[in-house]
Design a protein around this ligand. Structure first.
Ligand code: IMP
Ligand code: MG
Length: 183
């Protein structure tokens, strides 16, 4: 893991903007799930670990967290089109109110895949919470809680990586094109 600021084009979402928005989303969830019984927040590893940590620390409702890990990456760090389940949830979700917490929606394939496999387990409800969504015409997957919309560029920081680097930056920044499209 390393974070070289020289590789960044510009900051798209500041630390303060992220923190404010995450708090707002948590407050909305607190309201929406007031009467629901013990919802489970499923963080998608690895990208969502920081978002999930911040989000759940603003929750005042009783809840639990669980994780699953998927791989949608090609060799170098860019998105490929096959999604594989690497690590499953620890606990069953049948009859639970479940919220999928994901870092970013690009083509929507990952969320679509996850939604499908979790839906088959018959949760009482299944919602999606995504921090950033790339604005692309081809993308449409229903998101219940969305942080930000961003242009279609490669972004890093706040959990998002390129080839495992830059995850711990406190803001979300556009990576220089020469880094993710070398040559
Ligand atoms: P999708 O399946 O095309 O929606 O891709 C979503 C997954 O690709 C996310 O879970 C991320 O892991 C990864 N991804 C897509 N775009 C970016 C990006 O700009 N930065 C970092 N990861 C990304
Ligand atoms: Mg991811």
């Amino acid at each position: 893991m390393y974070n070289s600021k020289d590789d960044l084009q510009r900051v798209l979402i500041t630390e303060e903007q992220i923190q404010d928005r995450v708090k707002q989303i948590a407050q909305q969830i607190n309201k929406d799930y007031q009467k629901e019984n013990n919802p489970c927040f499923v963080g998608i590893l690895k990208g969502a670990f920081i978002f999930l940590a911040d989000l759940t620390r603003h929750l005042t409702i009783k809840h639990s967290v669980d994780f699953l890990s998927i791989s949608s990456y090609g060799k170098s760090g860019a998105v490929s089109d096959t999604v594989r389940l690497i690590m499953d949830l620890r606990d069953p979700i049948e009859g639970r109110n479940v919220v999928i917490v994901e870092d970013i929606l690009d083509s929507g394939k990952t969320l679509e895949y996850l939604y499908k496999i979790l839906e088959q387990r018959k949760p009482a409800s299944l919602k999606t919470c995504v921090l950033v969504k790339k604005t692309r015409d081809s993308v449409s997957f229903p998101i219940d809680y969305l942080g930000f919309e961003i242009p279609d560029v490669w972004v890093v920081g706040y959990g998002l990586d390129y080839a495992e680097s830059y995850r711990t930056l406190p803001y979300i920044a556009e990576l220089k094109e020469e880094i993710y499209r070398p040559g």
